[in-house]
Design a protein around this ligand. Structure first.
Ligand code: FE2
Length: 193
């Protein structure tokens, strides 16, 4: 929903977005389309249905991985914004204070989840089924939709392809910058309903 150079001034360069969107995300879509084509049980199903029915099934692991990554990246493009500037709107800030102890505590916990995810994966801010905000992490292509941990308000990609050109091996710096300058908290607040 923005130009590929729109986040360059905020720490995510045009080449990162070009490779990430046009190559990595596209590869998941292409692979998933090929898998669905060969499996009649998946044809006509929504992306969400495919994720739920393939989760935890060894024979459908390639379907789950690619469907999960497609869903995760659709969200990822939306939870970033060139005009966000780290501003957290009032209703979300209040809920972060109530459920997570404050903005600093939220950022520290989110960063710890993102950095603590061993290998590839994602860090999430979710609205849990009990109505409270919660921070989670998932490996590879998994997500809170699949695990039932709640509705994703923010999802930060911590696969190396999302930060290696801009931050090299420094995942903590990528996540801190992402929270401070790139994350779209207005979108996150709107997901509260
Ligand atoms: Fe990615």
């Amino acid at each position: 929903p923005y130009a590929k150079n729109a986040l360059a001034a905020h720490g995510m360069c045009e080449e990162t977005l070009e490779l990430h969107h046009d190559k990595h995300h596209q590869a998941y879509v292409t692979a998933l389309n090929g898998l669905v084509e060969k499996n009649d049980a998946l044809k006509g199903k929504s992306l969400e249905e495919i994720i739920k029915l393939s989760h935890g099934k060894a024979d459908l692991a390639p379907v789950f991985n690619n469907a999960g990554q497609h869903w995760n990246h659709i969200l990822f493009w939306k939870v970033m914004s060139p005009t966000a500037g780290g501003r957290i709107p009032g209703r979300l800030e209040k809920k972060i204070g109530e459920d997570l102890g404050g903005v600093q505590q939220f950022k520290d916990a989110f960063k710890a989840a993102a950095v603590g995810q061993f290998g590839s994966g994602w860090a999430w801010l979710v609205l849990a089924p009990d109505g409270k905000l919660k921070i989670t992490k998932t490996p590879n292509g998994a997500n809170p939709l699949a695990t039932g941990e709640g509705k994703a308000l923010l999802g930060c990609d911590v696969w190396e392809h999302s930060y290696y050109l801009d931050f090299r091996n420094r995942r903590p710096d990528y996540v801190q910058n992402w929270l401070d300058k790139i994350a779209n908290y207005e979108f996150a607040e709107a997901q509260l309903g």
